[in-house]
Design a protein around this ligand. Sequence first.
Ligand code: AMP
Length: 230
Amino acid sequence: MKKIFLGAPGSGKGSYASRIAPKRNIPHISTGELFRKNIEEETEIGIKAKEFMDNGDLVPDEIVIEMLKNRIENEDCQNGFILDGFPRTIPQAEKLAEITDIDIAVNMDVPDAIIIKRISSRVTCKDCGEIFNIITHKPKEDGICDKCQGEVITRPDQKPEIIQNRLKVYEEQTAPLIDFYKNKGILQNVTCNDFYKSVDEMAEKVLDTILSFTKNATNPIKKIIETNKQ
Ligand code: AMP
């Protein structure tokens, strides 16, 4: 199954994708992570992307589309994937529709107050990208990733002024994707109103939503009724 996880920065989509993908035996593809790897390896893509990312702006569509297209052509994507952070603009979504059919878009619906609190207390593993939160989900050992023992840091784009720009960019350029996928009949919303709700519990809720959508998808009339209810 080909899945898209939508949501503002800090909505939890990356944390849920990293838990659900191994359970479904499909890759978790985060375009943000792909860019960070490219920056670290000082590739041409990394050099082009760095300034946009440091400012909290989007990397131009043509760069991200080319990178994503190459990634999903890999053998490991044949049985599906979870896209986290792509698409982020309508032109990216249109291009993706030309490349492949998406089965479900899950939108993480989280109030702004929770987003801001979460994103400002977030730390990330420099090596594997695992996300932690210094209030609700601390690494077991300070500054060290539970998963790969890498160094856990505050990402440069988590500074307050950059976060504000990322949220503005989300509202202007990415939020319209909610209607784009709703109109295609494949949107499912998952709401989280509780800052302290555990990541594992929320990931279960997201997975349940996906599984029940898959079941309903076998009955096209039921699927249309459910989608219109949202
Ligand atoms: P993320 O890790 O998903 O929060 O992404 C970090 C940064 O990478 C974003 O703020 C953008 O600068 C860049 N980026 C990631 N995905 C995309 C995309 N689909 N389109 C444009 N820029 C992206």
